[in-house]
Every structure is written in structure tokens, then in C-alpha cells.
Design a protein around this ligand. Structure first.
Ligand SMILES: C[S@@+](CC[C@H](N)C(=O)[O-])C[C@H]1O[C@@H](n2cnc3c(N)ncnc32)[C@H](O)[C@@H]1O
Length: 265
């Protein structure tokens, strides 16, 4: 499967995804991955930024609120239409465009920084995406992105539960097996049945690579690793949202920040 076919799957998910995100059912993003992403983000006030794979634009708006001048792209026309409609109403000043991350429609060194939240693992041509992010980021600029954790978030995991029925351990295997692309089917678990009963499950193409494949792809690009975070729920969050227990057993997500080195004088 290539990025275009993957884009068709995402476009088919976009209508219901947008509805559920805007009703607040994307709880992992809201309570865990986005707060950690923002915590780790360097100062962006007054800087020109690009969000790659922006979806309906919730996270892009968070970056804009920090004072960045954001442009955002997504391969799905439906997601971009929803993002633009929101922009027309609320006038944040964000520019949205339909484009694929493997071929960014921007000049070299155009952005002070690039970000991407939970999209890189969804694009089979990941080396091209990394190279494109590098190309459009200015020297000394950064690329910060989140994705599913390659070591702990693959295949369909099984769990061992404790005497109270709470997930205690995760059973994973086949990390080094050559993986075929496959289609994961799910919907936001926080959404009540009455909201989702007439909705189709999302169909998400999965491409699973090992940690070393990711790190080596970045090593080839010229980016230099600056910081890593494996978001996990605080005790206080677990108290409020016990469904986050799985994220306490292992790291299901990972955030990296890479830096483009300055030009040599
Ligand atoms: C899991 S969603 C994440 C959306 C949003 N960034 C967020 O964090 O909520 C993955 C996004 O990647 C987009 N995407 C997939 N392939 C893409 C590609 N080749 N170029 C740009 N966007 C792509 C999808 O359309 C979708 O919006």
C-alpha cells in the first residue's frame, strides 16, 4: 500500500473522526499525548510552523494559540474541509492545505519548525516524510512528532488481568517478524454506544517498523536527536481516568524532537 491508498482510508474515516474528536471522545490525545507534546515543545511564539497530518486541526490550533504562525497539511480533503470551516468561523489565522507528507508543497528551509502528531506511523514511505520534514525546516529549526511506540504498540496485544479484572501485563510477540500491512478497525472507546451505533469503525492501515528502523531513518536524514518522551499517565490522571491503565503498563506512544544543524560557516 502507498500513501495515496492510505489517504483514501483516512478520508473515509474523516467525517466520523471529526465528529467524535469535537465531542471530546479522543481522550488519549486530550489527556495524555497532547499535554506531553506541548510540555516538550520549545518556544514557538512568532515562529513559522508546519503541522504534518493535521487531521481536523485541533492540535494545530493549540500550536497557533502558543503564538506560532501555523500552516497545516493533510492528505484527506474531508479533514482539510473541516479544518478550514472551523478556521472560517474562528479566524485563528491558520493556513490549511491538502497535500501529502511525502511531497510537501513548500520551498527548502521555509519553516522555523515542523510538528506532526500521531501521523508518521500512518505513512508507509516514512523515509521520504522524514526527508521532506528536514528539507522544509530551516537550519537550527526542529521537528517534533509523536507516534505509536514501535516497541509496544503493534499487532493486536493480549493482556493478563489481576484479580479485579484490571489489565496487569501485556503479551507481545513477533517484534522482529517482517510485518505485512494490515487494517486495524476501531473507534474511540470513550464514545458512548448511542453515539457510535450508526457509525462504521475507523479503518486504519498499519505499517509496523522496529525502533532501529525509525532511528536509522532519522540518522540518514541529517536530523540530530534532541529529546524523547514516552507519555505515561500520572497517578492523578489514573485516578480520574482508570481507562489509562494500559498506558501505565507499557509506553504506547513516543514523542521525539530532532534538530536540523546550523549551516557550517
Ligand atoms: C491518527 S490521525 C492524527 C490526526 C491529528 N494530527 C491528531 O493528532 O489528532 C493521522 C492523520 O494523518 C493523515 N495522513 C495519513 N497519511 C498522510 C500523508 N501521506 N500525508 C499527510 N497526511 C497524512 C491522516 O489523514 C490523518 O489526519
Amino acid at each position: 500500500m502507498d500513501h495515496k491508498k492510505t489517504g483514501e482510508y483516512w478520508d473515509a474515516n474523516a467525517e466520523n473522526w471529526t465528529k467524535l474528536v469535537r465531542l471530546g471522545y479522543d481522550k488519549v490525545r486530550l489527556h495524555l499525548t497532547l499535554p506531553k507534546f506541548l510540555e516538550m515543545l520549545p518556544e514557538v511564539h512568532g515562529m513559522k510552523g508546519l503541522d504534518i497530518g493535521c487531521g481536523e486541526g485541533s492540535n494545530t490550533r493549540e500550536f497557533q494559540k502558543l503564538g506560532a504562525n501555523m500552516t497545516a497539511i493533510d492528505i484527506s480533503k474531508t479533514f482539510i474541509r473541516h479544518a478550514q470551516e472551523y478556521e472560517e468561523k474562528c479566524k485563528h489565522g491558520i493556513i490549511y492545505r491538502v497535500a501529502s507528507a511525502v511531497d510537501l508543497p513548500f520551498k527548502e528551509n521555509f519553516f522555523d519548525f515542523t510538528v506532526s502528531t500521531m501521523a508518521l506511523m500512518d505513512i508507509p514511505e516514512y523515509q521520504k516524510v522524514i526527508n521532506e520534514a528536514y528539507r522544509v525546516t530551516k537550519p537550527e529549526g526542529f521537528f517534533q512528532f509523536s507516534m505509536t511506540h514501535p516497541c509496544f504498540n503493534f499487532g493486536i496485544p493480549k493482556f493478563i488481568k489481576d484479580e479485579n479484572g484490571r489489565r496487569k501485563s501485556i503479551i507481545l510477540s513477533g517484534y522482529f517478524d517482517k510485518k505485512e500491512d494490515w487494517i486495524d478497525e476501531w473507534i474511540f472507546g470513550a464514545a458512548p454506544k448511542e453515539v457510535t451505533e450508526n457509525m462504521e469503525q475507523f479503518k486504519v492501515p498499519r505499517f509496523e517498523y522496529t525502533l532501529s528502523q525509525w532511528l536509522n531513518a532519522f540518522a540518514k536524514s541529517g536530523f540530530v536527536l534532541e529529546e524523547v518522551c514516552e507519555p505515561n499517565p500520572s497517578d492523578e490522571l489514573l485516578e480520574r481516568e482508570p481507562s489509562f491503565w494500559t498506558e501505565r503498563i507499557v509506553a504506547l506512544f513516543i514523542i521525539f524532537r530532532y534538530r536540523k544543524l546550523p549551516l557550517k560557516k
